[in-house]
Design a protein around this ligand. Structure first.
Ligand code: AMP
Length: 280
């Protein structure tokens, strides 16, 4: 496995390897790797001759300085995990490589970023788009892999790829979960064992809400159910529960309004912000 901190040597490596004409898969991450990330890597390795994993905690996508400072980091452990997984190349740039100056452009997503993460993390998707666009231009992958856990991110990245004509296919990998149902996340490392157990309520609330909607309950009734389930657990704040069309992300009042309704949830456990979602 080759480790790159700079763009030019990574590009040279890729163009040399690509003389053998294989496809390249990119797995962008912020590190502190877990089984969710490894599922993305596995998907890439099955579909590509070369897999590049990037590790970069992108400051421009954090709207909250404390969240950025407290984001877990473990580059040496990550590199060891990627070595075991037989990843071909790791790209772990520093801030100077990624942002040689304050970015002078912004990428907006209109209605796609109005709700949910876009609403509660102002500027988040601009930051995600800047970093992902840079990584796509640096690596020029045929396929790039993203987790369903961050569904709004997938919709936004797909929109950027379509609008700006990036020559890449965006692939979605299902959410990998703990036994309790809790979606794996680097942020889970900040939870106590009790907090981890309590956090399982987010997924339980989603699955109960989904079942109730399928039985004919209204979104309003189901939102009440989610509120009380979450309220009765260790989740201190339910930030949002939304039912929206999975493609347009437009919130809906009845599941009949959307071709593909999806349930979204965000909450805080022990001060750690967690998100999850479920297709109906
Ligand atoms: P992150 O390092 O949290 O920015 O995540 C990097 C990529 O891994 C994103 O595309 C995430 O959606 C994806 N990812 C994070 N957690 C999971 C999970 N539990 N299952 C599947 N993919 C995930």
């Amino acid at each position: 496995m080759q480790i790159f901190r700079h763009i030019a040597p990574l590009k040279a490596f890729l163009s040399e390897r690509l003389a053998h004409r294989g496809s390249v898969g990119l797995v962008p991450t912020m590190g502190y790797l877990h089984r969710g990330h490894l599922a993305l890597i596995d998907a890439s390795q099955k579909q590509n001759a070369l897999t590049v994993c990037s590790i970069y905690v992108n400051p421009s996508q954090f709207n909250n300085r404390d969240d950025f400072d407290q984001y877990p980091r473990s580059l040496d452990d990550d590199i060891a995990k990627l070595e075991i997984a037989h990843v071909d190349a790791v790209f772990c740039p520093d801030d100077v490589v990624m942002y040689d100056r304050e970015p002078g452009i912004q990428i907006g997503f209109g209605n796609l970023a109005l709700g949910m993460e876009g609403k509660y993390r102002p500027g988040h998707f601009n930051g995600v788009a800047l970093a992902v666009a840079k990584l796509l231009n640096i690596v020029e992958p045929n396929h790039a892999y993203f987790g369903q856990k961050d569904w709004q991110q997938i919709v936004v990245v797909r929109e950027m790829v379509r609008e700006l004509k990036f020559n890449v296919d965006i692939k979605v990998v299902p959410t990998v979960r703990e036994q309790t149902g809790l979606a794996m996340s680097s942020r889970n490392a900040r939870l106590s064992p009790a907090g981890r157990d309590a956090a399982g309520v987010l997924y339980k609330a989603l699955t109960k809400a989904g079942a109730s909607l399928r039985e004919g309950k209204t979104i309003e009734e189901v939102a009440g159910l989610v509120n009380s389930l979450v309220g009765a657990s260790g989740v201190t704040t339910l930030e949002y529960f939304e039912v929206a069309d999975s493609e347009t992300l437009r919130p809906i009042k009845s599941v009949k309004e959307a071709a593909s309704p999806m349930l979204f949830i965000a909450g805080y456990v022990e001060g750690v912000r967690l998100i999850d979602n479920l297709f109906l």
